[in-house]
Design a protein around this ligand. Sequence first.
Ligand code: BDR
Ligand code: CA
Length: 320
Amino acid sequence: MHKVIYDTDPGVDDAMALLFLHRHPDIDLIGITTVFGNASIDTTTRNALFLKREWGISAPVARGASQTIDPDRQDIGWPTFIHGDDGLGNIGVPETIDLPEDGRSAHRFIIDTVRAHPGEVTLVAVGRMTNLALALREDPDIIGLVRQVVVMGGAFDVSGNVTPAAEANIHGDPEAADLVFTAPWKVVIVGLDVTMKTMMTRDFLAEMAASGRADIKLLANVSQFYIDFYKDRAGREGMAVHDSCAGVYVVAPELFATRSGGVRVVCGGIADGQTIQKAEDRHFGPSAWDGLPSQLVCTDVQPEGVLNVIRAALVDGKRL
Ligand code: BDR
Ligand code: CA
């Protein structure tokens, strides 16, 4: 059983990953922490509460960061053209949800929960890395207490999606990501190298919804705007299930090929937010990668396997 705290900015693909984590029988979802990114912190937190209510999720929701860890960083706004004005595909989420938030900030919730379950908690982080970086800064001892950190973010051997250099979650708070990747805890990075290969078609989603489950019907409804974006802007059939890839890694790491080595994030300049790994078997002169902990970067994936694991969890609540 994997105890998971899900750090998220819902977000359409975040919603699918939330349902996956909620439904997978080997995952014990013990907390949802929100971060700004796909929308403002008010909207992403409202969306987390909405999905919690609709899907009957028991895990508490703790509100997280509303700005980058460096407060002087320029605000880059929200990608409403991808996730909709409401962050959930413009389905008309109610303005407010009558459910309480956990009273703690997200980073405090992470610290308390990790300390309550030493060595057991997996952090699945699929938004900007701000909450994790704040937790590290406030209580560095959690480094030795977390089981692993699985991140959706970055672009290593492929181009970015916000700029040619950078992927959205990392570009949204590069300093925070650099802190998270260079800390000596186990980090697995599931970036665009694999998520852009893992496309779910409209038909695949419709077939899952045809199972009759109301939770999948809501997910399919939420996802249409996002699928339209991929078709209109990128000419792709279906949507990249970015954040679900991180969830699937937790239960089925064998579906991913990985490379070990230290990871840094470019902070500032034209490549702001670029993620760069120094592979363990490469040798260079002195560099900013010297002495870093070795982290795992996903370099390849079996997309059909990932989609099957998602379908099995969503439709049957069972692993294949
Ligand atoms: C990531 O950015 C967000 O828009 C998505 O939810 C995903 O986490 C993909 O680059
Ligand atoms: Ca996300």
